[in-house]
Design a protein around this ligand. Structure first.
Ligand code: Q46
Ligand code: ZN
Ligand code: ZN
Length: 321
């Protein structure tokens, strides 16, 4: 196949767009698509203070790279989850990326801040690791963003992630989760920071192609707990459909956002107050994060108690407000 732009040999074949590009024009295409998504969904402007949640994997490092190349100056936030060698390597890759580009990075260590890493937390809660992990990541990113003056949090979720989450939510009729599934979650409370997903229209394969062509050194291994997660089953099923009908994943996600989500979001209006314990937004009296840690620390008592303010460790140059 030949590049649609210059006629040279194509490096990336995009069946769902019925086109192909050489390396140079693919990188250009990818960055232009992300910029369009940011503008079309009014995610942020160059005046915003952007905090990118960076795991050290291909999606989040790609997002950081693209935002930089588009002229934004985002700061990274890495959360060390305490998942053995996987977490150590994830942090090392993230720090190396930040250092190589002179970027500011904040690091929070879950175990140091709260007393337990993800595996011990799961054991204490007697739940799958992803449930405590996901809740902790959402809580910590919001809190760090809020306490450090960021106006928006950007995460690296891609189209495959969004389509798999949507399929899972539909299969189990999780209407609350469906109402909140969006590439842009506005800050509808003063202690909530807006959250956006600028890569939500780029597939996993497209993101990997970008990362490889830009020689981004990401952690190639998946989290050990990702194996066996339901989301992988949904991703496989969606890949089968996409193979026979290119463009299906985007149709599913875009159709949902256009037709169904507005109705669900209208019906889901809840009053958000502040957690009595930590002050973070919640629809209850005490937030889900504080309740979860209360429950875990009852079973595995540790000396560290959730602190009033999180003090992330700064790596690299700091960004003035
Ligand atoms: S890091 Fe955490 Fe993921 Fe690992 S424990 Fe599950 S949620 S799989 S993105
Ligand atoms: Zn070309
Ligand atoms: Zn709380």
């Amino acid at each position: 196949m030949k590049c649609q732009k210059c006629g040279q040999k194509a490096s990336v074949d995009l069946r769902r767009h019925n086109t192909a590009f050489c390396a140079v024009h693919y990188l250009e295409f990818f960055e232009r698509q992300v910029q369009r998504t940011i503008e079309r969904w009014r995610m942020f402007t160059p005046q915003d203070r952007i905090l990118v949640a960076v795991s050290g994997g291909k999606d989040s490092l790609t997002l950081w790279e693209v935002l930089l190349r588009l002229g934004y100056r985002p700061t990274g936030l890495h959360i060390h989850l305490g998942i053995g060698a996987y977490s150590d390597l994830s942090q090392a890759k993230t720090e190396a990326f930040a250092r190589s580009r002179g970027l500011s990075l904040l690091v929070v260590n879950l175990e140091e801040a709260y007393g337990l890493g993800v595996p011990q937390l799961a054991k204490a809660l007697r739940r799958v690791p992803c449930s405590g992990c996901g809740l902790s990541k959402r809580y910590i990113t919001n809190r760090v963003a809020l306490e450090n003056g960021f106006t928006v949090v950007a995460t690296g979720h891609n189209l495959d992630d969004e389509a798999a989450t949507l399929l899972g939510n539909l299969l189990h009729w999780q209407t609350d989760a469906l109402a909140r599934q969006s590439p842009v979650l506005e800050a509808d409370h003063p202690r909530l920071v807006k959250r956006v997903k600028p890569l939500f229209l780029m597939t996993e394969k497209e993101t990997v192609s970008y990362a490889l062509l830009r020689r981004i050194d990401y952690i190639p291994d998946e989290c050990p707990y990702a194996q066996g997660a339901r989301s992988l089953l949904y991703k496989d099923a969606l890949n089968q459909i996409e193979l026979h009908s290119p463009g299906s994943k985007q149709q599913l996600v875009a159709g949902f956002l256009e037709r169904l989500r507005p109705l669900l979001a209208q019906a889901d209006r809840q009053t958000v107050g502040e957690c009595q314990r930590c002050g973070q937004p919640t629809t209850g009296v005490v937030c889900a994060f504080c309740r979860m840690w209360d429950q875990a620390l009852k079973r595995i008592p540790v000396t560290v108690r959730p602190s009033d303010t999180l003090s992330p460790q700064a790596v690299g140059p700091s960004q003035a407000l």
